[in-house]
Design a protein around this ligand. Sequence first.
Ligand SMILES: [Zn+2]
Length: 267
Amino acid sequence: MELEPESTNQRAIVPTTFIYHSIAAPWTVQRIYEYWRDSTNLESHFGVGFDGSIGQFIGTQTRADANMYANNYAISLESASNLNHTDPWTEAQIETLIAVGVWAHKHPAHKIPLKIATSATSGGFGTHRMFSAWSDGGTACPGNARQEQFLTRVFPGIVSRVNGTTLPPTPSTPVVDLSELMKAAYTDPPKNGTPVSYPSAKVVESALNKEGLLDASLVDGHFGTSTIGAYAAWQRRLGYHGSDADGIPGNTSLTKLGNKYGFRVIP
Ligand SMILES: [Zn+2]
């Protein structure tokens, strides 16, 4: 899906770095291509849909413009996401992100070093949000869930595949994003049977259930009145009183719950 005139006009590069992005839109590869073609000149080399399909829009020895100062030394990949790029990559996306990373490492003209970038210019693999030089004044791309997956799944997956080893299937520790959870607690809870605003609320509900504070039938992902009541009981159990035990999760109480029942908290 070659973009012109960018492919012809933009300078040649020798990439040392591979940067993963989330595009903050639930788009197919075709739609990503049309966006680059019609709406902006800030394109990336690759685009990946939710189903793991991949498109290429510009040659990897030609500059693409999604990474500010890194444009002259980076291969970039955009991936479909929700509108706030707070969702995790799908399993199919992770598979493609690993496969293209292996390709970029093995490609004789690229040989992207098998390490996580330690600075904007160190070379290696990274995500857009890691260095301010890669974005115009900071970015939330990708969101916390995908940053976690980059560190625990994508990059280790590239390494193990390059080295011909298979990672033992690690039971992945659930991750709960505190800000997403608080939003879910503050907004009117959707009714049973409607989509939940933050699916990982269920992880917390499950912990509250094991703690004996929430009935199993209410472990449904809706952070509603019953869950808030159960969470307030957890806060009181920790010694909080009054408005400190209002059922809205805070970092300390949630981390304690996670430490006890096996989930990690992103503040
Ligand atoms: Zn980005």
